[in-house]
Each structure stands twice: as structure tokens, then as C-alpha cells.
Design a protein around this ligand. Structure first.
Ligand code: FAD
Length: 487
């Protein structure tokens, strides 16, 4: 009897949408509940005073290694939403003298594909560069078991132990860890950081090709998700928060909305950490629910700030769409969003758009806009003394932006069936090694979907793991793939 009931997915971010699409694609009836009025969750644009065009909450970077996210875009016919680098190119700016060095992939096999260009950059001295080899070798020799055993060690300690100089840590390792894990080296788990370097930066040769969105986030993603969910038969109910899980004899048999109880054969939670913990600890919840809620609370979040400055003209030199700023704790990167956007989408912007994502921004979250603007102006004017005037300046704060991958975080990340009793877990905090990113969210949603599909006896998905392509969706693009934009 219960088998005929729909599966309810709670949360219409990337994890919930990926999960719902994957299950519906296998013939499972699905209802997706989203509290807000649009899909996409944290991947969203905001309306800022005086600007006609929606603006990203914060710069969202993606990479070619985001295979499941790129598959999600492909299955939603949204390949145009971004463009991918043809070759990995990571420009670094020395703010005090305005010099830019580019770390780029070369002809050596991974993990040495960036090594030649790293040897040539200006922002590190020879003494800084020589020990890089030791760290690369250590990553190469580190197996999965060893990596996961290093979860309690701060990554800073691991880097120092592996001979990295203070400047290399400050200029090379820390900005990458901050950008990907949203936490600095001194607090980050070595297990989480090593995963990033083994899989991402020093993984496949093309893994770190940077992808940039060609439109604002909500317009890039939300309508495509909505269309595809409808086409796949998912019953999407937006502006409809789940207030509680409905339990009978401790088993979750439905969800409660303002319209009453919606019976379900299973409930997949793809909500942020705090909401998930709240839903799990409702009336009549079992011990396992409380345990998972505690672990999620222990995980916690770190903050991100999105700075959006609009200038009278371009700020970055021609052909440099973004830079990482050396030695700048607040103004960590500058992205020239105007050059990244497709021409047709520039209407309504008050000038040339520079977007600055401030990762691990917890110590800046209470700074007022004037203080942030003063720092921004100092950095831009020092590096580019002829930079055009600022027309408009905005700051968007996200206090609970991503899961905090501090030391010891691994043991707090739950697996899909840790609660049981009719609940399947699927948010970007799931224990799948990936940080809380668009890719982590998509993989988590697919992992939850695969559990439900397996439970229904579909043996074709038994061996599936999130490292493999989702079999029902188009493949992720290799370099030069047709129908994908490159830059
Ligand atoms: C400012 C910022 C910058 C970021 N930058 C990057 C980046 O550069 N690159 C990158 O890869 N990732 C980035 N991320 C992280 C990425 O956006 C997230 O990891 C990912 O989108 C999370 O997806 P999710 O589906 O797990 O959760 P969410 O997107 O949070 O989705 C959960 C959904 O659940 C809904 N919900 C909550 N409560 C209820 C309820 N009671 N009932 C029904 N629905 C409910 C919410 O409204 C939301 O839509 C950034 C995040 C932020 C906030």
C-alpha cells in the first residue's frame, strides 16, 4: 500500500531538485516541497536597490570536475548557463605592484600539470617553490584510508609538517582552501583539504578548468530546473514549507504543511543544516533522529559575503577575467562579471561589474558597507591606480553559507540512512567527502535518490556511486565538447 504513495522531497535547492529528477526519471512518483517561491536554494540572485537586473547573492564558481552538476545542467537543457575554460588558468595578483602571474596547466601528466607554471610565477620565491614538490608527493602517496584518518589535524599543521613556507601557505594554499571549503587552513580538516587537492587542483589535467555563469544565478538555473521537473512529472509545490515530519509509531509516514498531512512512502530531507536538525527533532522522533540532529549542529556553517562594485569602465586588464589577490584577507578575489556575462544580459547594470566573493567571512560579517568599501577601494587603487570610478557598491551577507569543514567534521556528516524510520538524508552536508558546493549538493541529492531507487528493487543502480555519471543523464563535457561554451 505505502509503495504507491509518492516520495516527498523537502527542499528545492540543487540537492532536492537533483534527487527529485533522478527518482522521477525512474518512474517513482515524487512531490517536491520548497519553502521559497523559486527553486535553486542558495544558488540565487537578489534584487538590490536601484539595480534593474537581478544580482548573484555571491560569485558562484564551478569547475570542470563538477561532473554531476554539469550533468544536471545538461539534463535541464541549461548547458548555456555557463562557460568552461579551455585550459586551466588561475591568475594571481600582487596587489602592491599590480603584477599578475598565471598558474596554468601544461603538458606534464597530473599531478604535475601545473608544476611548470608554478615554477615561473612571480608571487613565490624559489625557496617557496621547491618544497611544493614535497606536498605533491605526499598527496600522491596518500590513500583514502590515510586521508580520512587526518580529519582531526588542521591543514595548516599538515602543510608545515610537509615543509611549506609561510608565504606559500598564505599566497597559494590558503586562498584555494578558503575558496573551495569556505574555511582557512588553520581550521580546515586535513582530510577535507587533501580531498580538494587530490581530486581538484592536482587531479585530472582539466579538473580545475574554471566555469563562469553567463547570466545571473536565478535566471541561469531556476527556470530550467522548474521546466525539467515539470516535464519529468515531479509535482513541485513552491512557497510551501514543511512545518513538521508526520510520524506514526516513530516511523515517518508523511509531512505536515499548512494544508495538512501529506502521506509519503519515504521523505528525503534536502534542507539546510539548521532546518534539517529542527525537522528531525520534532514530536515523537526516535533516538537516531536526535543523534543526527546533534551531529549536524556540531558541524555548523561558515559565512560568505558577496561584494558587488560597479565601475565606470573595466578594472581588470584585457583578457584577465578574474584574479586571486595575494595577501588580502577581505578582498580575496576580483571577478570581472561584465566580461563573464553574455552580452545580452548586461542591460540594467549601473556600470562594469566587479564581484568579490569573501570566503570564510565570519569575522567580517558585522562590518558595515562603508568599512568594506574602504578596503575594496584601497586594494583596487593600489593594484590599478587608473581604475575607473565606482558608480555603485553593494554587499550581500550570507551567515550560514556552507557547511564548516573544520577538524573533526567528517564524523559529524551523516549518511543517507543514518536516521532510518522512513527518512533519507540528502543535503550538501552528507558524508560524501565533497565540500558544501553546487557539486556536493548535486551528488548528495543523487546519492539519496540512488538509495530510494535501490530500495525499490531497481538492480541497475546497485553499483552506482556519485563518482560515476548518473546513467539517465547526458555525460559531463570534456574539453571541446559540442554544445558547451568555452572561454
Ligand atoms: C553566498 C554563497 C556563495 C557560494 N559560492 C559557491 C561557489 O562559488 N561554488 C559552489 O560550488 N558553491 C557555492 N556555494 C554553496 C552552494 O550554493 C550550496 O552548497 C548548494 O547550493 C546547496 O544546495 P542544497 O540543495 O544542499 O541546499 P539549499 O540550496 O540551501 O537548498 C535547500 C532548500 O530547502 C528549502 N527549505 C528550507 N526549509 C524548508 C522547509 N521547511 N520546507 C521546504 N523547503 C525548505 C530552502 O528554501 C532551500 O531552497 C555558495 C553558497 C552561498 C550561500
Amino acid at each position: 500500500m505505502t509503495e504507491q504513495l509518492p516520495v516527498v522531497v523537502v527542499g528545492g535547492g540543487l540537492s532536492g531538485c537533483a534527487c527529485a529528477l533522478a527518482m522521477a526519471g525512474r518512474g517513482i512518483p515524487v512531490i517536491l516541497f520548497e519553502a521559497g517561491s523559486v527553486l535553486g536554494g542558495r544558488v540565487q540572485s537578489v534584487n538590490l536597490k536601484g539595480i534593474e537586473h537581478p544580482i548573484d547573492n555571491c560569485q558562484h564558481a564551478a569547475f570542470r570536475i563538477y561532473g554531476r552538476f554539469l550533468q544536471l545542467l545538461a539534463t535541464c537543457d541549461a548547458r548555456d548557463a555557463l562557460k568552461l575554460q579551455k585550459q586551466t588558468k588561475l591568475p594571481y595578483l600582487e596587489v602592491d605592484n599590480g603584477k599578475i602571474s598565471i598558474v596554468k596547466s601544461g603538458s606534464l601528466p597530473p599531478p604535475y600539470h601545473l608544476a611548470m607554471s608554478l615554477m615561473k610565477v612571480n608571487f613565490l620565491s624559489l625557496n617557496d617553490k621547491i618544497p611544493l614538490r614535497k606536498a605533491l608527493k605526499a598527496f600522491k602517496q596518500m590513500d583514502e584510508q590515510k586521508r580520512r584518518s587526518l580529519d582531526d589535524m588542521p591543514f595548516l599543521e599538515w602543510l608545515e609538517h610537509n615543509g611549506q613556507t609561510e608565504r606559500t601557505i598564505r599566497r597559494f594554499w590558503d586562498p584555494l582552501v578558503k575558496a573551495a571549503l569556505n574555511i582557512g587552513c588553520e581550521e580546515a580538516s586535513t582530510s577535507a583539504a587533501s580531498f580538494l587537492f587530490q581530486r581538484g587542483i592536482f587531479g585530472e589535467k582539466d579538473a580545475f578548468d574554471v566555469a563562469s555563469f553567463t547570466s545571473d544565478l536565478s535566471n541561469s538555473i531556476a527556470p530550467a530546473l522548474r521546466r525539467t521537473l515539470a516535464r519529468t512529472g515531479v509535482d513541485v509545490r513552491t512557497s510551501m514549507p514543511i512545518t513538521e515530519l508526520f510520524r506514526e509509531e516513530r516511523k515517518v509516514t508523511g509531512v505536515i504543511t499548512r494544508e495538512g498531512v501529506i502521506p509519503a512512502s519515504a521523505v528525503v530531507l534536502c534542507t539546510p543544516i539548521s532546518t534539517t536538525a529542527r525537522l528531525l527533532t520534532g514530536k515523537d522522533a526516535g533516538v537516531a533522529s536526535f543523534e543526527v540532529a546533534d551531529r549536524l549542529a556540531n558541524l555548523g556553517n561558515t559565512a560568505l559575503i558577496g561584494i558587488h562594485a560597479f565601475h565606470e569602465g573595466p578594472v581588470l586588464p584585457d583578457g584577465i577575467p578574474f584574479v586571486t589577490c595575494c595577501d588580502e584577507p577581505l578582498i580575496q578575489m576580483l571577478f570581472d562579471r561584465t566580461s563573464e556575462l553574455d552580452d545580452g544580459h548586461q542591460m540594467g547594470l549601473p556600470g562594469y561589474w566587479i564581484s568579490v566573493p569573501v570566503s570564510h567571512a565570519d569575522s567580517y560579517i558585522d562590518w558595515d558597507n562603508e568599512m568594506i568599501r574602504t578596503e575594496y577601494e584601497r586594494v583596487v587603487q593600489t593594484a590599478f591606480p587608473n581604475a575607473p570610478m565606482i558608480n555603485d557598491f553593494h554587499v550581500v551577507r550570507a551567515k550560514r553559507a556552507t557547511t564548516a569543514l573544520r577538524t573533526g567534521s567528517q564524523r559529524n556528516r551523516p549518511s543517507p540512512l543514518d536516521v532510518g524510520d522512513g527518512v533519507i538524508l540528502g543535503g550538501d552536508w552528507l558524508d560524501i567527502d565533497w565540500p558544501s558546493t553546487m557539486e556536493g549538493a548535486t551528488r548528495s541529492g543523487l546519492t539519496a535518490a540512488s538509495v530510494v531507487i535501490k530500495q525499490r528493487g531497481d538492480s541497475t543502480i546497485t553499483e552506482w556511486h556519485h563518482d560515476k555519471s548518473w546513467p539517465d543523464w547526458p555525460e559531463a563535457p570534456k574539453r571541446g565538447a559540442e554544445n558547451w561554451k568555452e572561454w
